[in-house]
Write a protein that binds this ligand. Structure first.
Ligand code: BDP
Length: 658
C-alpha cells in the first residue's frame, strides 16, 4: 500500500458492469474513458450517458437522475459526463444511497487550475515530494504512465487546467523543442478535459528571440509574441494561455521599460485573443521600498483598474503577504471593480512544515473564500467577488500551487493528498464544507469504518489551527527561517539584507510589545479594506484576536478577551499547538488496526517529526520573545527543552533553488 492510488481506490469492486449496461450514443475519447471507468469499477444498475445541448448553462456541469432501471447522467459536454461518472463512483465508494438521485452540479469556476512550480531541470520550487512529474528529457518520445494517472486524478475532482512550469519561468520553455514536449502532455490530458497553460518569462523576446529588448510597446516585441503564440496554437490548438510573474522578486517585466502591468498583460492578451487564450497576470508584487509589503500589490494594481483587456485575469494570492498559515484576505479582492480577479492558493506546504506536517488545508481555503470583503455591501465574499456572482465575468478561475512530485505517493505525505483533493472539490463547488470534503477523502483513501473516519476527521479539521498555534499564533507572520521557510527564526535579521525578508520586520518585538502596527498610527494597511473592516481591524478592541498581531503592536501586558495578558496568551497558544500534535500522535497510533502497515508507519514517523518541530517552534519563539517581554513562561506550561543560543545555531540544509 504505497499511496499511489490516491483517493481512486475502489477496494470492494471486483468488476464493473458489462458494456451492454452502458447506454451512450457517439464516440469520443472522453466518453471512452467514462465508459471504461464504469466497466471497471461501477457495480450498480445500468448507466445512460447523454449529451444534452439544453444543459449548456451548466457549462461542464451535469445532472444525475436515478430512474427505475438506470441512472441517467446528462451534460452539454463529454467532460461533464466524465465528471458525472466520477460522481457516482464517489457515491458508491463512500457507501451513499444511490436510489433516489436527483443531482444538478454546476462548477463554481470555469477554470480550475493547478500551478506547478516545476523547472526544466526537474527540480521543483517549494516542492517536497521528489522531482518533477514531467520528464522533459524523455519527452515526447517516452511517455510515463503517471501522466495519465495524474490527469485521471485531476478529472476525478474536476480540475480542468494546469500550468506546467514555474512562475519563475525559464525563457527556454517557449522554444520549439519544448513546445513539442508540451504537446505530448496536452494530448494525454485532453481526453480528461484538461487544458495546458504555460508560465512565461517576460524577457523571452530578448533572451530567446534575440531582440534588443522586451518592451511591450516595441512593435518587434509585439510581433514576436504574436508569432510565438501562433506557433503554440499550431502545435496545441486548445492551448489555455499564459501565467505571468512580472516585476516581482527579480523577474523581468514591463516596468523595466517604464511601462505598466497593464501594458504588459494587454500585449499578451491581444495575441492570445484570436485563439481564445487568456492571461493570468499575478499580483504578487512588492519591492524593497519603505512601504509596508502588505500594501504594495493593492497600491500597484488599483490605479490600473479598468485598463486590462477582458481576457486578462489578475491572479491574487489569498493573503497580502505570502501563503502564511493564517493571513487576512488580500484587500485587492473586491477592490478592483472593473477587472477580473482570481484566487491563488498554495497547496504545497512551503510555510506549513513541508511534507512533514499533517495540515489539512480545507479550512484555510474556506476561510479565504468565505471572507466578506464588503466590496458590494455585506455578503460580498471573496468567492462571490471571483465567481461571477457579484459582477459578470467573461471567464472565472481559481488556482493553487501544486504539491505534486514524482514520489510514489505523489505528495510526500499521505495526508497531503487531501489538500490536492480539497482544492479540486472547492474549485468545483466552493460551498462544500471542510467537514464533508475531509469525510469523503478519508473514506475514499482509507476506510469507511467510523472508528477510523471520526477521529481522523477531527484531527484533520483541527490540524490547520494547530499549525497556526505552534508556528505563528495571534496573527504573527513570516517568522520562518530565511530562504527555506521550514523552521522558526524569529531573530532573523541579516545585516544589510532586505528588511522585508527579515522576520524582525514582521513581528516588531520590542520592550513594549509585539506585532505590526498597520492601523492609522502605523502603516495604515487597514485603510485598504472596505468599511466596516477598516474599523474592525483598525481597532485593537474589535480586531479578531487571531489577527491581532497582524494589525497591531500589542503591549505585553495587554488584556486579551479571556483575561490573560498578551504574553501569557502567546505562551498558552504555543503550548496548545504542541499538545494537539501529541494528541494527533495518540489518535493515529490508535488507528493502527484500520490501516495498512506501510501507510500507518509512514504517517506515524511524520507525526513524530511534527511533534518535535512543534516543540522547536514553541521554544524558539517563546525564548526569543521572552528576551523582550521579560515575563515568565506560566509555570503550568511545559518548560523549554532547548537553549535559545543553540536554536539560533541550527542551520538546515534545505536551500531552495531559484
Ligand atoms: C514565495 C516563494 C517563492 C515564489 C514566490 C512566488 O517563496 O519561491 O517564487 O512566492 O509566488 O512564496 O512567486
Amino acid at each position: 500500500e504505497d499511496g499511489s492510488q490516491l483517493w481512486l481506490r475502489f477496494p470492494n469492486v471486483k468488476n464493473g458492469i458489462s458494456t451492454d449496461k452502458i447506454i451512450s450514443k457517439g464516440k469520443n475519447p472522453t466518453l471512452d474513458i467514462a465508459k471504461k471507468e464504469l466497466t471497471t469499477y461501477w457495480q450498480g444498475q445500468a448507466v445512460e450517458l447523454r449529451t444534452e445541448k439544453s444543459l449548456k448553462n451548466l457549462k461542464d456541469g451535469y445532472t444525475i437522475i436515478s430512474g427505475l432501471d438506470k441512472i441517467i447522467i446528462s451534460s452539454a459536454k463529454e467532460t461533464g459526463l466524465l465528471y458525472g461518472v466520477y460522481h457516482i463512483l464517489r457515491l458508491q465508494q463512500t457507501q451513499s444511497d444511490l436510489t433516489h438521485l436527483n443531482i444538478t452540479e454546476k462548477p463554481s469556476y470555469d477554470v480550475r487550475i493547478l500551478n506547478h512550480w516545476d523547472n526544466l531541470d526537474g527540480s521543483i520550487e517549494r516542492g517536497y515530494a521528489g522531482h518533477s512529474l514531467w520528464k522533459w528529457e524523455d519527452l515526447p518520445g517516452t511517455i510515463s504512465p503517471r501522466y495519465e494517472a495524474y490527469a485521471r486524478a485531476n478529472a476525478s475532482i474536476g480540475i480542468n487546467a494546469v500550468v506546467l512550469n514555474n512562475v519563475n519561468a525559464s525563457p527556454n520553455m517557449l522554444k520549439n523543442e519544448y513546445l513539442i514536449k508540451v504537446k505530448a502532455l496536452a494530448d494525454i490530458f485532453r481526453p480528461y478535459g484538461i487544458k495546458v497553460y504555460l508560465s512565461v518569462n517576460f524577457s523571452s523576446p530578448k533572451v530567446i528571440g534575440g531582440l534588443e529588448n522586451s518592451d511591450p510597446l516595441n512593435k518587434k516585441v509585439q510581433e514576436w509574441w504574436k508569432q510565438k503564440t501562433n506557433e503554440i496554437y499550431k502545435i496545441i490548438p486548445d492551448f489555455g494561455g499564459f501565467l505571468v510573474k512580472a516585476n516581482s522578486e527579480g523577474q523581468p517585466g514591463p516596468q523595466d521599460y517604464g511601462r505598466t502591468h497593464a501594458d504588459g498583460a494587454n500585449m499578451m492578451a491581444d495575441v492570445l485573443k484570436p485563439h481564445g487564450g487568456i492571461v493570468m497576470w499575478r499580483a504578487f508584487v512588492y519591492s524593497a521600498s519603505p512601504e509596508d509589503r502588505a500594501k504594495q500589490a493593492y497600491l500597484e494594481f488599483l490605479p490600473l483598474d479598468g485598463k486590462f483587456r477582458d481576457n486578462v485575469i489578475i491572479q491574487i494570492k489569498n493573503g497580502p503577504i505570502d501563503f502564511q498559515p493564517r493571513e487576512p484576505f488580500n484587500p485587492l479582492f473586491g477592490a478592483l471593480k472593473k477587472t477580473s480577479e482570481m484566487v491563488e492558493f498554495q497547496i504545497t506546504q512551503e510555510y506549513l512544515g513541508f511534507s512533514n506536517h499533517l495540515v489539512f488545508l480545507g479550512p484555510l481555503f474556506k476561510e479565504t473564500l468565505d471572507s466578506d470583503t464588503y466590496a458590494y455591501g455585506k455578503g460580498s465574499t471573496v468567492s462571490k467577488v471571483t465567481d461571477g456572482t457579484l459582477r459578470p465575468a467573461k471567464l472565472t478561475a481559481i488556482s493553487a500551487v501544486a504539491n505534486i512530485g514524482d514520489e510514489t505517493n505523489w505528495t510526500g505525505n499521505h495526508f497531503a493528498q487531501a489538500n490536492w483533493y480539497a482544492f479540486g472539490r472547492l474549485a468545483w463547488n466552493h460551498q462544500l464544507g471542510s467537514d464533508q470534503i475531509a469525510g469523503e477523502w478519508i473514506k475514499m483513501t482509507f476506510t469507511d469504518d467510523k472508528n477510523f473516519v471520526n477521529p481522523v476527521k477531527e484531527m484533520m479539521l483541527s490540524s490547520r489551527e494547530t499549525a497556526v498555534d505552534y508556528m505563528m499564533p495571534l496573527g504573527l507572520h513570516h517568522i520562518f527561517a530565511f530562504d527555506h521557510h521550514y523552521g522558526p527564526e524569529p531573530w532573523g535579521n541579516i545585516p544589510g539584507g532586505r528588511p522585508d525578508w527579515m522576520p524582525v520586520y514582521y513581528h516588531k518585538a520590542d520592550e513594549n510589545g509585539l506585532g505590526f502596527n498597520r492601523t492609522q498610527t502605523g502603516s495604515n494597511a487597514v485603510a485598504q479594506y472596505f468599511p466596516p473592516l477598516n474599523e474592525t481591524y483598525g481597532n485593537i478592541e474589535t480586531c479578531p484576536e487571531n489577527l491581532i498581531l497582524w494589525f497591531h503592536h500589542v503591549p505585553w501586558k495587554y488584556t486579551m478577551k479571556d483575561g490573560k495578558s498578551l504574553w501569557d496568551e502567546l505562551c498558552y497558544t504555543y503550548d496548545k499547538g504542541v499538545k494537539n500534535v501529541r494528541e494527533y500522535q495518540k489518535t493515529w497510533d490508535r488507528m493502527e488496526p484500520y490501516v495498512d502497515a506501510e501507510r500507518f508507519h509512514h504517517v506515524q514517523s511524520r507525526l513524530k517529526i511534527q511533534s518535535k518541530d512543534a516543540v522547536w517552534w514553541k521554544d524558539a519563539c517563546l525564548l526569543y520573545f521572552q528576551t523582550y517581554s521579560k515575563m515568565p513562561i506560566p509555570y503550568d506550561i511545559e518548560r523549554p527543552v532547548h537553549e535559545l543560543e543553540d536554536l539560533k545555531k541550527i542551520k538546515l540544509d534545505m536551500k531552495h533553488h531559484n
